[in-house]
Design a protein around this ligand. Structure first.
Ligand code: NZQ
Ligand code: ZN
Length: 394
């Protein structure tokens, strides 16, 4: 196990009707004037936004609203948010929504006290050393941004999707009411499931030895997500299944599963170009890329992929290790298909000819390699994208 340092200061307030505690939580944190940040209308339609604003009024907390964040959030909204916060003297941001809204809120929070261009942070030109506090009311279990150190923003000019990790991005609090997720379209539920599984797998597939505790944590999370996914797909109102998925989404990405071990993240980087260039939902892109990446790297790491096949997908060990491994990867792909996700480029509108553009956008163009289990170069990335064109749904 490698050395590590871990600090997760976020207060998680979990359960039915917990959104009604937002006024109390904001008061406790000394919020004076709040920016309420939200997406493209689901929180308006569900009545959640009204409940939150009433709660703030009851606690005599002033607020300003900025809605309209789009999935795969973009820099233009971040600039608007920074200007608004400065103009209205905002000292706290409340994000109501999923990863896109939360990430936009985090970027605004870091941009307000910084007098340069916030995009400098995302290009690693400047380090964040100050940010407004961010609170969250989570409406979709997926990105794990409610407990994570990261924010992912797309720069519209050039369609560059970049993720940034900073301790200043950990939210002050996250309100998590699983009942709020019952209004999710089935496709969004499925995308969230793929994303949280990917967050665990980016950590599970590691070269670090002596990490049995985090191995088991990862396995428990994956087993639970798969089991509860099947329940919510057939019974979307099932509170217990929604609750387990919601908390799994947080644990998948708040960092605990990766402590003391090398993490991979190649698949996320390969996927980010799909959502940047084709506006694919992040989880759908991951359902395409994870089986393709696994097929490419598994041959050099048969032991860990065999364990994955046996423990996660209940494959009976075959005499031939490679055959067991391939069955495990196939089971992962079949699972994604079974919950309504795409598994190849054609299904998400990407043509084989587009691979050149995907390659040209990859962050590794600025140097270095991709991933850790197997360090990938541009030629490897091209082969993995090509595998993603060939996957079938049968
Ligand atoms: O915009 P509205 O109208 O709210 O609709 C949203 C959106 O269309 C809808 N939705 C959310 N909650 C709902 C609901 N619809 C009905 N009922 C509800 N309760 O769902 C759609 C997707 O929302 P979004 O926030 O985009 O989803 P998600 O949480 O998957 O976030 C995706 C973004 O997070 C980034 C992704 O790259 C992507 O940009 N990620 C952020 C990470 C982080 N900050 O730690 C890590 C992840 O790996 C990921 O990269
Ligand atoms: Zn993700």
């Amino acid at each position: 196990m490698n050395n590590f340092s871990f600090c997760s200061p976020t207060e998680f307030v979990f359960g039915k009707n917990t959104e009604l505690q937002c006024g109390k939580l904001l008061k406790k944190r000394g919020a004076g004037k709040v920016l309420i940040h939200y997406g493209q209308g689901s929180v308006v339609r569900s009545g959640l936004l009204d409940r939150i604003t009433s709660c703030l009024q009851d606690h005599f907390i002033e607020y300003v609203m900025l809605g309209g964040v789009q999935p795969n959030p973009t820099d233009d909204m971040v600039y608007r948010g920074i200007d608004l916060c400065r103009e209205k003297h905002i000292d706290f941001i409340l994000a109501i929504g999923g990863g896109s809204v939360i990430d936009s809120a985090k970027a605004i929070a870091a941009g307000v006290p910084y007098m340069g261009d916030f995009w400098n942070f995302f290009e690693d030109k400047v380090t964040i050393n100050k940010a407004l506090p961010v609170g969250v009311v989570l409406t979709i279990p997926a990105a794990g941004s409610e407990g994570s150190v990261s924010s992912v923003i797309t720069k519209k000019d050039g369609k560059l999707k970049r993720s940034l990790w900073s301790q200043f991005f950990r939210p002050a609090f996250a309100i998590m009411n699983p009942a709020l997720t019952c209004t999710l379209p089935s496709f969004q539920t499925a995308c969230g499931i793929a994303d949280m599984m990917a967050h665990v797998m980016e950590r599970y597939f590691s070269r670090t030895s002596g990490v049995s505790l985090t191995d088991h944590l990862c396995e428990a999370l994956l087993q639970t997500i798969i089991q509860e996914a099947k329940v919510v797909m057939s019974d979307p109102e099932n509170y217990a299944a929604r609750a387990n998925l919601m908390w799994a989404g947080t644990l998948a990405h708040n960092g605990i599963c990766g402590l003391g071990r090398e993490e991979d993240w190649a698949t996320h980087k390969l996927e980010h170009e799909l959502s940047a260039l084709y506006d694919v939902a992040h989880g759908a892109g991951l359902a395409v890329m994870f089986p393709a990446w696994a097929r490419y790297v598994a041959g050099a790491h048969l032991d860990i992929f065999e364990k994955f096949a046996i423990k996660i997908w209940n494959i009976q060990p075959l005499g031939d290790k490679k055959a067991t491994v391939l069955q495990g990867i196939r089971a992962m792909k079949d699972f994604f298909v079974s919950i309504g996700l795409p598994v190849n480029f054609e299904q998400i509108g990407v043509r084989p000819d587009d691979i050149d553009e995907l390659i040209a956008h990859l962050e590794i163009n600025t140097g270095g390699s991709l991933g850790a289990l197997m360090k990938l170069n541009m030629a490897d990335a091209r082969r993995i994208y090509t595998l993603a064109t060939q996957q079938t749904i049968e």
